[in-house]
Ligand binder design. Structure first.
Ligand SMILES: [Zn+2]
Length: 475
């Protein structure tokens, strides 16, 4: 009998948790890492794979993505696995859709879910009564979502309601994700300042920091300075930023003929378009705005008349994007450090999945080539720190006994070659082996899921960077 199932030979191993960065071999047995060394004997393994010239890292943990889209038909899972992601933190849900789809489409991915609540989605208005909030939050935490997301930037709630949702979610030991903005502020630095105040020192995950530095309030350089200063003083806030040029919002129109999403309104206003259905149609016509749609097995951007037709055919309820994320903001959010040398923004996310901008590796490696990050620092921000944020103790590193979640890629073109999750081959050179996905849940969510045939793994959020904050031993 052979000792190992897989032996990956002569790869560039990058494992910041164990301070490893060398050319060597990694062996996998079952669902675990079994050995890491300069050289491991070929005869010990059933399958020996030469990965000379490739980089091998603990699997990418995408701390903010969107898997489920009504029209996606599993595209989100396929796009994530092709991007080298092994664990996806979905920042929207719906948890019930993911539960229906994860066994069929899952691609072997580990999936963690926050459920988004906003008017007409879980709650009735911008200012619902406490009882309604308690009910919807508890229902979602019982259903397998580990927490709640507020899309305040797109669909603002009153500051009081936002505060109440923070409070209830925290009391129930749920994870709170926030795209900043309320009826008083917006998806900008004022919204971020307000969010930190409303958190009152309690745990909060602020989404895509780069998106609040678009120059809507003041010079973007000053916005960046201000945001970094706030975050440096807020050890209770965990955060990520993404590297994509495009944003993403829904193209829905309200009864007054105005786009429902406030982010979409801002994007129109920024370039002088009318904030109306007609203004959005014009932006689509001139290709300032695009639509993302299922093309073959994945979502892609479409433009011009094709985009307008698709948008109308779907009653305007499609994903819309604008190229409004500044490169300078992306770069500062990724690289800025505090006076102890720790990164101010904890992770690099994609905010993608079913949105076609899964550029964690492609853009991340560009920053490595530019010497803005070392390869080890990149892995810290896309795997190690994300694992800590969620309390995933067996992930984010390549220690012996750790989960065999592994991403292998070509550093020259950022092409992902092999993805292993829990020791199973899930993707090789773009060919996906569609294993069922696995839902990562809290104990509370697991109780209800027992009756359903979904593979689960239980985490203890109280043991996460999110709940412990960044003041202590964590970094
Ligand atoms: Zn998002």
């Amino acid at each position: 009998m052979t000792k190992y199932d897989f032996l990956f030979k002569r790869g560039h191993i990058v494992d910041p948790a164990n301070d490893k960065d060398f050319i060597g071999d990694i062996a996998v047995k079952g669902d675990r890492i079994a050995e890491v060394a300069k050289e491991i004997d070929n005869s010990l393994a059933e399958q020996v794979v030469d990965i000379t010239g490739k980089v091998i890292i603990p699997g990418i943990i995408d701390t903010h993505c969107h898997i489920a889209r009504p029209e996606a038909k599993g595209a989100g899972y396929r796009m994530l696995i092709n991007a080298g992601v092994t664990t996806a933190f979905d920042f929207e849900g719906p948890i019930e859709v993911i539960k229906r789809e994860i066994t069929k489409y899952g691609c072997g991915l580990n999936v963690v879910v926050l459920e988004a609540i906003y008017p007409e989605n879980g709650i009735k208005s911008q200012d619902p009564p406490m009882e309604e909030l308690k009910k919807v939050i508890n229902k979602n935490l019982d259903s397998g979502a580990i927490g709640i997301k507020i899309l305040g930037g797109h669909y603002p709630l009153t500051p009081e309601t936002t505060y109440n949702i923070f409070q209830i979610t925290n009391q129930e030991k749920g994870y709170m994700g926030f795209h900043v903005g309320t009826t008083k502020t917006g998806s900008n630095i004022q919204g971020l300042e307000e969010a930190v105040k409303l958190a009152e020192g309690k745990p909060l995950h602020i989404a895509h920091i780069n998106a609040y530095c678009r120059g809507y309030v003041m010079d973007p350089l000053l916005e960046l300075k201000k945001v970094m200063d706030i975050l440096k003083k807020s050890p209770n806030i965990v955060s990520e930023s993404h590297l994509a040029i495009h944003n993403a919002c829904y193209g829905g129109i309200n009864e007054n003929g105005v786009p429902r999403s406030y982010v979409l309104r801002n994007a129109l206003r920024a370039k002088g378009y009318q904030v109306s259905k007609e203004g959005l149609e014009e932006a689509l016509r001139v290709k300032y705005a695009g639509v993302y749609a299922l093309v073959g097995s994945k979502m892609e951007y479409i433009y011009g008349d094709k985009a307008i037709d698709y948008w109308k055919k779907h009653n305007f309820k499609v994903g819309i994007c604008f190229p409004i994320n500044r490169r300078r903001s992306a770069e500062v959010c990724v690289t800025e450090r505090d006076n102890k040398g720790n990164f101010v923004v904890d992770a690099i996310s994609s905010d993608a999945g079913a949105i076609p901008r899964n550029c964690i590796l492609s853009h991340g490696l560009s920053l490595v080539k530019f010497c803005a990050l070392t390869l080890s620092e990149l892995v810290q921000k896309i795997s190690l720190t994300p694992s800590r944020m969620l309390g995933l103790k067996n992930k984010g590193h390549l220690s012996i006994g750790a989960d065999a979640d592994i991403t292998i890629f070509d550093p020259d073109n950022a092409k992902v070659e092999i993805v292993l999750i829990k020791g199973r081959i899930c993707m090789v050179s773009g060919i996906i082996f569609n294993n069922p996905g696995r839902l990562i849940v809290t104990q509370r969510g697991a109780n209800k899921l027992k009756k359903q045939e979904i593979s689960t793994e239980i985490i203890d959020l109280e043991d996460s960077l999110y709940f412990k904050g960044k003041g202590g031993e964590n970094k």
